[in-house]
Design a protein around this ligand. Structure first.
Ligand SMILES: [Zn+2]
Length: 431
């Protein structure tokens, strides 16, 4: 944490404490004027997570008649935009923006996309979900703020519509989830009669889920599109991070707006921010008006890098490894379904790259062997399935240290998502 971040943090905490009785109570006893605020004392500040976020919303709904949470610091009449992620049950999780937040966020998305390689004058085909998602309208605004032309087809537009605009406008840049980018590789020849590599896309900006950060997945996309691939995260609180195409992980582009921490997944304590450390990604907003967040556990497992990147830049970088709510524990070993997908995808073109991890029940702890469904590569002969399965089981045992039972399926059988693919499938029946 540098001096500018400390100063911004102190101002943000003062604002939160003044504006929200809920934050005032939680911050009681903290020296929020910053005289003693340090990286160490940061660890004493209260944390926030998805569950508390939902509770805060339930309470504000019953107390004040709005669902934006007790952590809303701006008057409700000053909220200028609302975004949300859908929960598995109950209220969606809301993200609110004031006019000043929109300015902060537009500039952050623009700066992030510029760092990812988008240039003024580019046409940018936007294929993330547009409905409520922070990667939707906030990104479209950021694309325009950068001076590029936003083409907001959205994931909801569907493959045929997307390809219609891709072939007529011929945008240089495509923004979508890695799942959707993979889906387009197979669907473009069927729908548009051409290979995805002939669309003229030079830059693929993939966020919304882990995947593009993995070399094997990235190689599949780069190969098929003939494009550079960037792994990105951002869209709210003025947060934006992007890979650079050279070193590992994503550069935090907007360190003025957010502070990132690595938390121990079990104790919640902050881990020392050292090169290579793996923990839960926690975000603190530094200049947010509407619903600022303090040490918010994003439910992402990330690896952090603090060394100088191969591109020559310093500053924090991180790579998303998977969702914490998708993680399973096999004989004490943490296994992310996204890591299984990334490991198996390294064997492309013997495999298609599509993978599902199937477990029984809802418990995070799973007994081996773990069922893993893998699609055979398009040009592979089914007679080699048994050998391929055995080899993949050995690969997963060596690379991820768990025992898998691999089933090989025909290509295309696992289906593709136009948004985010659920890599973990929980079957109801006990094994
Ligand atoms: Zn770099």
């Amino acid at each position: 944490m540098d001096q500018n971040q400390l100063k911004a943090l102190a101002a943000q905490l003062r604002y939160m404490s003044d504006a929200s009785p809920w934050y005032r109570e939680r911050l009681a006893g903290t020296d929020i004027d910053g005289a003693q605020l340090t990286t160490e004392s940061m660890a004493t500040l209260p944390r926030f997570d998805k569950e508390q976020h939902r509770q805060s919303q339930e309470e504000s709904l019953s107390r004040y008649g709005h669902p934006y949470g007790l952590h809303l610091c701006a008057p409700v009449g000053q909220v200028r935009a609302v975004h949300a992620t859908s929960g598995t049950s109950g209220l969606p999780t809301f993200y609110t923006f004031t006019q000043a937040d929109l300015r902060t966020n537009d500039a952050a998305v623009a700066a992030g996309l510029a760092a990812a390689g988008v240039r003024p004058g580019d046409a940018v085909l936007h294929a993330y979900a547009l409905s409520m998602f922070v990667g939707g309208v906030p990104w479209v605004r950021g694309i325009s703020a950068l001076g590029a032309a936003a083409v907001p087809v959205g994931a909801e537009g569907g493959t045929a519509r997307l390809l219609q605009f891709a072939t007529s406008i011929r945008p240089r840049v495509l923004c979508c989830t890695p799942s959707f980018a993979e889906h387009l590789i197979e669907r473009t020849p069927e729908v548009a009669g051409v290979e995805v590599g002939s669309l003229g896309i030079e830059l693929l900006i993939c966020g919304g889920e882990a995947g593009a950060g993995d070399p094997a997945v990235r190689a599949i996309l780069e190969d098929a599109y003939g494009a550079q691939v960037r792994d990105v995260q951002g869209g709210a609180w003025g947060h934006f991070a992007t890979s650079c195409g050279e070193g590992e992980g994503m550069h935090l582009v907007t360190a003025d707006n957010v502070l990132l921490e690595a938390l121990d997944p079990h104790s919640g304590r902050p881990l020392p921010m050292e090169n290579g450390v793996v923990g839960n990604l926690a975000l603190t907003s530094l200049r947010w008006e509407a619903g600022p967040v303090l040490r918010y556990d994003m439910a992402d497992t990330a690896r952090f890098f603090t060394d100088r990147c191969r591109c020559g830049r310093d500053g924090l970088r991180y790579q998303l490894l998977g969702r914490t709510d998708d993680m399973i524990i096999v004989n004490g070993i943490n296994v992310h379904p996204s890591a299984v997908r990334d490991t198996v995808a390294g064997w492309y073109p013997r495999v298609s790259g599509a993978v599902r991890v199937v477990v029984a029940g809802s418990d995070a702890r799973v007994s081996p062997p773990v069922d893993v469904k893998v699609e055979r590569g398009a040009d592979e002969d089914p007679s080699g399935d048994a050998e391929l399965a055995t080899q993949l089981e050995a690969l997963l045992r060596d690379a991820l240290r768990f025992r898998a039972r691999v089933e090989i399926l025909d290509p295309g059988q696992l289906g593709r998502s136009d948004h985010k693919t659920r890599l973990l499938v929980r079957s109801g029946a006990a094994r």
